[in-house]
Design a protein around this ligand. Structure first.
Ligand SMILES: [Fe+2]
Length: 140
Protein backbone atom coordinates (compact mmCIF):
# COMPACT_ATOMS: atom_id res chain seq x y z
CA UNK A 1 0.00 0.00 0.00
CA UNK A 2 2.80 2.42 0.93
CA UNK A 3 4.80 1.64 -2.19
CA UNK A 4 1.79 2.21 -4.44
CA UNK A 5 0.94 5.43 -2.60
CA UNK A 6 4.46 6.74 -3.18
CA UNK A 7 4.29 5.75 -6.82
CA UNK A 8 0.92 7.47 -7.13
CA UNK A 9 2.29 10.78 -5.84
CA UNK A 10 5.62 10.52 -7.67
CA UNK A 11 4.29 9.51 -11.10
CA UNK A 12 5.13 12.29 -13.54
CA UNK A 13 5.47 12.66 -17.28
CA UNK A 14 3.32 12.05 -20.30
CA UNK A 15 0.69 9.34 -19.72
CA UNK A 16 1.52 9.42 -16.01
CA UNK A 17 -2.01 10.38 -15.01
CA UNK A 18 -3.57 7.11 -16.18
CA UNK A 19 -0.81 5.07 -14.55
CA UNK A 20 -1.06 7.09 -11.33
CA UNK A 21 -4.78 6.30 -11.15
CA UNK A 22 -3.92 2.61 -11.46
CA UNK A 23 -1.35 2.95 -8.64
CA UNK A 24 -3.94 4.66 -6.44
CA UNK A 25 -6.54 1.97 -7.11
CA UNK A 26 -4.03 -0.72 -6.20
CA UNK A 27 -3.02 1.15 -3.03
CA UNK A 28 -6.68 1.21 -1.96
CA UNK A 29 -7.13 -2.47 -2.70
CA UNK A 30 -3.95 -3.44 -0.82
CA UNK A 31 -5.28 -1.48 2.18
CA UNK A 32 -8.59 -3.34 1.89
CA UNK A 33 -6.69 -6.64 1.97
CA UNK A 34 -4.82 -5.55 5.10
CA UNK A 35 -8.13 -4.56 6.73
CA UNK A 36 -9.81 -7.86 5.80
CA UNK A 37 -6.88 -9.84 7.22
CA UNK A 38 -6.76 -7.70 10.37
CA UNK A 39 -10.45 -8.34 10.94
CA UNK A 40 -10.01 -12.08 10.48
CA UNK A 41 -7.04 -12.14 12.88
CA UNK A 42 -9.14 -10.48 15.58
CA UNK A 43 -12.09 -12.84 14.88
CA UNK A 44 -9.70 -15.68 15.59
CA UNK A 45 -8.65 -14.03 18.85
CA UNK A 46 -5.27 -12.85 17.62
CA UNK A 47 -3.56 -9.54 18.36
CA UNK A 48 -2.45 -7.22 15.56
CA UNK A 49 1.09 -6.05 15.05
CA UNK A 50 0.87 -2.58 13.50
CA UNK A 51 4.20 -1.49 14.94
CA UNK A 52 6.01 0.57 12.28
CA UNK A 53 9.30 -0.64 13.74
CA UNK A 54 10.21 -3.85 11.92
CA UNK A 55 7.56 -3.30 9.25
CA UNK A 56 10.15 -3.85 6.52
CA UNK A 57 11.45 -6.99 8.24
CA UNK A 58 7.94 -8.48 8.44
CA UNK A 59 7.10 -7.50 4.87
CA UNK A 60 7.37 -10.14 2.14
CA UNK A 61 7.87 -7.70 -0.70
CA UNK A 62 10.42 -4.91 -0.74
CA UNK A 63 9.69 -1.21 -0.58
CA UNK A 64 11.39 0.02 -3.75
CA UNK A 65 10.87 3.63 -4.75
CA UNK A 66 11.71 3.42 -8.45
CA UNK A 67 13.17 6.32 -10.40
CA UNK A 68 11.13 6.40 -13.61
CA UNK A 69 7.53 5.49 -14.32
CA UNK A 70 8.55 2.25 -16.01
CA UNK A 71 10.85 1.46 -13.08
CA UNK A 72 7.95 1.89 -10.67
CA UNK A 73 5.74 -0.39 -12.76
CA UNK A 74 8.49 -3.03 -12.92
CA UNK A 75 8.99 -2.89 -9.13
CA UNK A 76 5.25 -3.20 -8.59
CA UNK A 77 5.13 -6.21 -10.89
CA UNK A 78 7.91 -7.91 -8.89
CA UNK A 79 6.07 -7.12 -5.65
CA UNK A 80 2.78 -8.48 -7.05
CA UNK A 81 4.49 -11.73 -8.01
CA UNK A 82 5.89 -12.05 -4.50
CA UNK A 83 2.42 -11.38 -3.10
CA UNK A 84 0.97 -14.10 -5.37
CA UNK A 85 3.58 -16.59 -4.10
CA UNK A 86 2.96 -15.62 -0.47
CA UNK A 87 -0.83 -15.88 -0.69
CA UNK A 88 -0.56 -19.19 -2.57
CA UNK A 89 1.65 -20.53 0.21
CA UNK A 90 -0.81 -19.34 2.87
CA UNK A 91 -3.71 -21.00 1.00
CA UNK A 92 -1.80 -24.30 0.77
CA UNK A 93 -0.93 -24.06 4.47
CA UNK A 94 -4.56 -23.40 5.45
CA UNK A 95 -5.86 -26.35 3.44
CA UNK A 96 -9.01 -27.59 5.20
CA UNK A 97 -7.91 -26.29 8.59
CA UNK A 98 -9.76 -22.98 8.28
CA UNK A 99 -12.00 -22.68 5.22
CA UNK A 100 -13.21 -19.16 6.06
CA UNK A 101 -9.67 -17.80 6.12
CA UNK A 102 -8.78 -19.82 3.05
CA UNK A 103 -11.71 -18.42 1.04
CA UNK A 104 -10.72 -14.89 2.04
CA UNK A 105 -7.11 -15.54 1.00
CA UNK A 106 -8.30 -16.97 -2.33
CA UNK A 107 -10.28 -13.79 -3.00
CA UNK A 108 -7.22 -11.69 -2.17
CA UNK A 109 -5.03 -13.90 -4.38
CA UNK A 110 -7.43 -13.39 -7.31
CA UNK A 111 -7.15 -9.63 -6.82
CA UNK A 112 -3.33 -9.83 -6.70
CA UNK A 113 -3.35 -11.78 -9.95
CA UNK A 114 -5.40 -8.97 -11.50
CA UNK A 115 -2.86 -6.46 -10.16
CA UNK A 116 0.01 -8.40 -11.73
CA UNK A 117 -1.86 -8.52 -15.06
CA UNK A 118 -2.41 -4.75 -14.90
CA UNK A 119 1.33 -4.20 -14.33
CA UNK A 120 2.29 -6.60 -17.15
CA UNK A 121 0.10 -4.60 -19.56
CA UNK A 122 1.58 -1.30 -18.39
CA UNK A 123 5.17 -2.53 -18.48
CA UNK A 124 4.64 -3.71 -22.07
CA UNK A 125 3.41 -0.26 -23.11
CA UNK A 126 6.04 1.72 -21.23
CA UNK A 127 9.04 -0.53 -21.82
CA UNK A 128 8.39 -0.08 -25.55
CA UNK A 129 8.34 3.70 -25.09
CA UNK A 130 11.54 3.51 -23.04
CA UNK A 131 13.33 1.39 -25.66
CA UNK A 132 12.16 3.80 -28.33
CA UNK A 133 13.52 6.77 -26.38
CA UNK A 134 16.84 4.98 -25.76
CA UNK A 135 17.03 4.16 -29.49
CA UNK A 136 16.36 7.77 -30.48
CA UNK A 137 19.01 8.98 -28.03
CA UNK A 138 21.57 6.49 -29.36
CA UNK A 139 20.76 7.51 -32.95
CA UNK A 140 21.16 11.24 -32.31
FE1 LIG B 1 -1.52 -6.19 -5.33
Amino acid sequence: MLRYKRHYYMATGIHAQAVAEEFLEHAKEEQEHADQIAERITQLGGALNFNPEGLLLRSHSEYVEGTSLVDMIREDLIAERIAIDSYSEIIRYLGDKDTTSRRMMEEILAKEEEHADDMVKLVEIFAENDDLKAGLKAAS
